[in-house]
Design a protein around this ligand. Structure first.
Ligand code: PLP
Length: 389
C-alpha cells in the first residue's frame, strides 16, 4: 500500500479500503502488493470492457491531443456522435442531455418532471438512485435518507412487483422512477408483468416513467437496456456507470412530449458531454456492438447462474446477464467477500446475505468457471473457520 493514513486525508464517508489497486488488463487487476485478482465487480458495474481496453485508450488519447474540453457554449463532435448513437441503439425517438454521474442523471430527470407542472414522485422501496438531495429523496432506503432529512417532500414509495404499488400511481404523479433490476437493493429484478402494468398505468395518468438504467444499462443484462426485457418503452432513461468506458459520464434520454420540457437556462453541466469522455463512450459502444458483447453478457450470465446454483450454501442466484446476486443460506456475505478476495476474486456483499457479481462484458468461460470455483471454496472455508471458532 502507498504509505498514507487514509483517515487523516479522506472524509469518513466510505469505509477504509484495505487494498490499493494499481493496474489492470481486461478482467484482471493487480494491487500494490503484487496480488492478482479476477475483477468480478468492475468498479461497480462500470468497466464494461474491463481495464485498459486498447479501443478506449486509443480514442481518449487521440481526443485529448485534439480538444479536451469545450463547455456547452460550443458543440463538439464526439458528444454529437454519442447522442446520435444512444438514440440509435435505444431505438427511442429521444433527445439527450449529458452529465457526469448517475445521481446527476436522476437529478436531471427529477427536475424535468417538475416541468410537467406536477410535483408528486413515486419510487420503489429498497431502490437506489444516488446521493444528491433529489436523487436521495427517491432512494427507498431509510438509513441513507435519515441523516439528511428534510428531503423532497412529495415522494411515495411502493413495493416492486406489487399490484398495490401500481394502484398508488395517480393523475397527480409527475414521475415514477424504477430500476429494472434493483442493483444496490440486493440485485432484485422487477418482473416483466410489473413493469408492463406500471407502463400502462403511467400512460393513463400521464405520468413520466423514468427507467434508471445507471447500473443495468449498456449491455449488462444482455440487452442495451434492462427495461427492454419487459418489452416496454419508458419516457425517460437515465444512464451513467458503464457509459463512459471507465470515465465519469451520465446521460438522460427523453422521449415524447417530455423532450420539450426544458427551456434554455433551466438545466446544465459544465462537463456534460465532454469530448474526451464522449469519445471513450463511443469506443465502448462500438466494441460492445462489434464483439457481440450483449450476447456474451447473456451467455456468461447463464453459465454463472448454472455453476453457482450448484454450490452448497447458495439458495438462489438472481438477476440477468452479468448483474447477478448470489443469495447465501446462512453465512454472512461480507465474510465470503473477504475470503474470495484472499483467493483472488473481487466481488461485493451488496447486503448481509447477498454477493453481487458484475464482471466486464468481455469475461470468458475460463474466468467464469474460476469465479464459481473460488466462491465454492470461499464458502467452504468460511464455514470451516466458523465451526472451528
Ligand atoms: N442509480 C443506480 C441504479 C445506481 O446503481 C447508482 C449507483 O450505484 C446511481 C443511480 C448513482 O450513480 P452515481 O454513483 O454515479 O451517482
Amino acid at each position: 500500500m502507498t504509505s498514507f493514513n487514509w483517515n487523516n486525508i479522506f472524509l469518513n464517508n466510505y469505509g477504509t479500503p484495505t487494498i490499493e489497486l494499481v493496474e489492470g488488463e481486461g478482467v484482471v487487476v493487480k494491487d500494490s502488493q503484487g496480488n492478482i485478482y479476477l475483477d468480478f465487480l468492475s468498479g461497480i458495474a462500470v468497466n464494461a470492457l474491463g481495464h485498459a481496453h486498447p479501443a478506449v485508450i486509443d480514442a481518449v488519447s487521440k481526443q485529448i491531443r485534439k480538444l479536451s474540453h469545450t463547455s456547452n457554449f460550443y458543440a463538439n463532435e464526439p458528444a454529437i456522435n454519442l447522442a446520435e448513437k444512444l438514440i440509435a441503439i435505444s431505438n427511442l425517438d429521444a433527445k439527450v442531455f449529458f452529465c457526469n454521474s448517475g445521481a446527476e442523471a436522476n437529478e436531471a430527470a427529477i427536475k424535468l418532471s417538475r416541468r410537467t407542472g406536477k410535483k408528486s414522485l413515486i419510487a420503489a422501496n429498497n431502490s437506489f438512485h444516488g446521493r444528491t438531495m433529489g436523487s436521495l429523496s427517491i432512494t427507498g432506503q431509510l438509513a441513507k435518507q435519515k441523516p439528511f432529512k428534510p428531503l423532497l417532500s412529495d415522494v411515495q414509495f411502493i413495493d416492486i412487483n406489487s399490484k398495490s404499488g401500481v394502484r398508488k400511481i395517480k393523475r397527480k404523479t409527475a414521475a415514477v422512477f424504477l430500476e429494472s433490476i434493483q442493483g444496490e437493493g440486493g440485485v432484485t429484478p422487477c418482473t416483466n408483468e410489473f413493469l408492463k402494468a406500471v407502463r400502462a398505468k403511467t400512460i393513463k395518468t400521464k405520468s413520466l416513467l423514468v427507467m434508471d438504467e445507471v447500473q443495468t444499462g449498456l449491455g449488462r443484462t444482455g440487452q442495451w437496456f434492462g427495461y427492454e426485457n419487459a418489452g416496454i418503452t419508458p419516457d425517460v432513461v437515465t444512464l451513467a456507470k458503464a457509459l463512459g468506458g471507465g470515465l465519469p459520464m451520465g446521460a438522460i434520454l427523453v422521449t415524447g412530449d417530455a423532450k420539450e420540457l426544458f427551456e434554455p437556462g433551466q438545466h446544465g453541466s459544465t462537463f456534460g458531454g465532454n469530448p474526451v469522455v464522449a469519445s471513450a463512450a463511443l469506443a465502448t459502444i462500438d466494441v460492445i456492438e462489434k464483439e457481440n458483447l450483449l450476447e456474451n453478457s447473456l451467455n456468461m450470465g447463464e453459465l454463472l447462474i448454472k455453476l453457482i446454483n450448484q454450490i452448497e450454501g447458495v439458495t438462489e442466484v438472481r438477476g440477468r446477464g452479468l448483474l447477478l446476486g448470489v443469495e447465501l443460506t446462512e453465512l454472512a456475505a461480507k465474510d465470503v467477500e473477504l475470503e474470495c478476495r484472499k483467493m483472488g476474486l473481487l466481488l461485493n456483499a451488496v447486503n448481509e446475505k447477498t454477493l453481487r457479481l458484475a464482471p466486464a462484458l468481455i469475461v470468458n468461460i475460463e474466468q467464469v468457471k474460476r469465479c464459481s470455483e473460488i466462491i465454492d471454496d470461499a464458502i467452504k472455508n468460511v464455514k470451516k473457520s466458523g465451526s472451528n471458532s
